[in-house]
Structure formats: C-alpha cells, structure tokens
Design a protein around this ligand. Structure first.
Ligand code: ZN
Length: 332
C-alpha cells in the first residue's frame, strides 16, 4: 500500500512559498544559514534550481520532498553556478533522465575541479598561500569537488538573452561573472522576479574570490560588469537568492554591494605606501575583524582586490627572493 501524503507531512518540509508555483526549499549549510533551492512550476511540471551540498543530510531532505510529492513531474534541473553547495545532489535528481541546464563555463569549471587530483589541488593551495605570505592552511580551505565526479557530459547550455520555460514560466537568461565564471540569473519581468543564485545576496553580497589554481584572475572586473548590466533591469524585481530570504530592495542592495567593493578598493589604494604581500593587506580589507565563517577564505578574498588594482596600474607585482609576491604602489 502506498503511503498517503498529508498536509502535515508537507508542513514539516523546509519549504516556503514565494508564490503558488515558486517555492523556496531551505537545505542544510550551517556556516551560511542554509542554501536555497527554488522549485518552479505547479506539481506535475516542475523545475529545480540548485540543489544543495553533497552528502546524506541534504539527500534526506530531497528524499522527503520527492516522497511527499512536494516536487513532482520534474522536467528540468538547473544549476545557477558550479559551487558545491548548489550542485551536490545533481546526480540523484537527474537520475530519472531529467535534463540538466547550466552555462558552458560553469560546466567546464565543475568538470575540471571534480577531476583535479587531491594532491594537485593541495599543491595549488600551498603555492597560492605561500606566494601571498599566508601561513599554511589549518585544515582544508576548500571542499573536495572529487566527490561529485563524474560530472554528466550532457547538458543544455544556457546563454545570455535566451529564453527558457521552467515549470510553465518563461524566464530570460542573463549570465554574469564575479562570484563564479558565468553564473545564470533567471529574469521574469511579468512576475517581477530574478532568481539570482549567489550573484546577488544580502549583506555585503557574494564572495568575490580567486581559485588557487587561477590566482591572477580578475573576478571583480567581471562582477562590476555584471552589476552594471543589472541597471538596465526594472527596479521592482524581487531577488530570489541562493542563500537567505528574498531581497525586496533590488537596486538599493546592488548599490550597497557595489559601494562596499569600491570602499575596500579605495582603502587599499590610499593605504599602500610600500610593497606589501596579500597577507599584509588583510587588516585593510577587514578593518572590523574577520567574520568567523570566512577565516579560511580570507586569502582568496584579498587577492581579487589586489589584482583589480594591479590590472588598472595602481599596483605592481614583484616576486621577492623568498617566493612572496609583493605589490608596490605605482606613482601616478
Ligand atoms: Zn556560490
């Protein structure tokens, strides 16, 4: 006999409705207060956007959601970006031949990271930290993407300007960099919403970081470009983010995020008077102290600011005799 699903069964699920056909599923991620999956469309024709960390705790939530038919008739699994807290249950969810949607760059990055040998990853981390003047890591500084391998080779590529129907709702696609290479944002002007993944978050916004194997990247440039392109969108969109509650003051939050980055860049530019390593600059980037959940991430968050200034001619990198990269101010 199959178990009947009752309203009280469903009430126990960590689901909240933004609209009848747009639901937020809060999945476990203690350090960041959870990670959101968005379930789009009416029962029998639904799409899942992002799906949480790998591992049994998140898998158990999905088992309950599927068993209690809170998500049914799944016809698309979409990943806004390749970070492990958004893609961890993909294999489970697409197992019943559900098509996977993501951007080409995010797929390539996810595949590369999942296939990287742990020793190569650790070597890249050690080299990155040493050149920044940071101490060796106190435990792993990033999660092991190897648990996600093999990444499905087949997916539907998403491109800026294309339209996609998810759960019967038409969305416009906009790709943006900064937090990752080319994350997907989904815009529905009729419904006045943008499903933004981690590209727009509350507080100071998403982490803009480099990977240890790509230390010279300039993610802040890509993020500013993304923020600029948001200006062309209507002011009254609700932002449905990858972490936290919906953001109802879209453009004000975009301005706060932009101003935060500009203030940090200004602080660095005006305070660097002599050659400094990235480790030397940490107090300038975090004048109020480092939030506990960011401790292992700090080296990866400082470097993008320095790269941004170096690429614009304000700082010049020089490798010293001990293998530490120091950035000296350029007279202008
Ligand atoms: Zn992310």
């Amino acid at each position: 006999m199959t178990k009947q699903t009752t309203a009280s069964d469903r009430a126990r699920l960590p689901l909240t409705a933004w609209a009848e056909d747009v639901q937020r599923l809060q999945l476990p991620m203690p350090a960041f207060g959870g990670v959101n999956s968005w379930i789009i469309g009416p029962p029998g024709r639904q799409a899942i956007i992002d799906n949480g960390l790998p591992g049994p705790e998140t898998a158990a939530v999905w088992d309950a959601v599927l068993a209690e038919k809170a998500c049914s008739g799944l016809d698309a699994v979409l990943l806004t970006h390749m970070h492990i807290d958004h893609v961890g249950q993909t294999a489970k969810l697409i197992a019943r031949t559900v098509p996977l949607y993501m951007s080409v760059c995010e797929h390539a990055d996810l595949t590369q990271l999942s296939e990287m040998r742990p020793s190569a990853r650790q070597d890249a981390e050690m080299a990155f930290l040493k050149s920044g003047g940071h101490p060796p890591p106190n435990g792993p500084s990033s999660r092991d993407y190897g648990v996600l391998a093999p990444i499905p080779r087949t997916f539907v590529p998403l491109e800026t300007g294309a339209e996609i129907l998810l759960g019967g709702i038409a969305f416009e696609i906009m790709l943006g960099g900064g937090h990752s290479s080319a994350a997907v944002c989904l815009i529905c002007r009729d419904r006045k919403l943008i499903i933004a993944g981690d590209q727009i978050l509350s507080g100071s916004g998403p982490q803009i970081a480099v990977w240890p194997h790509r230390p010279d990247a300039d993610p802040l440039e890509h993020y500013f470009d993304f923020l600029d392109r948001l200006e062309a969108l209507p002011d009254d969109l609700a932002v449905l983010p990858g972490h936290g509650s919906p953001i109802l003051d879209f453009k004000a939050q975009v301005a706060r995020i932009r101003n935060g980055h500009l203030a940090r860049l200004d602080r660095l530019r005006s305070a660097i008077e002599a050659a400094a390593s990235c480790a030397d600059l940490i107090p300038l980037v975090f004048p109020g102290g480092i939030p506990s959940q960011l401790h292992n991430r700090v080296p990866y968050l400082v470097r993008p600011l320095v790269n941004y200034l170096a690429n614009r001619g304000y700082l010049r990198p020089q490798l010293d005799d001990t293998g530490i990269l120091r950035f000296e101010p350029v007279a202008r």
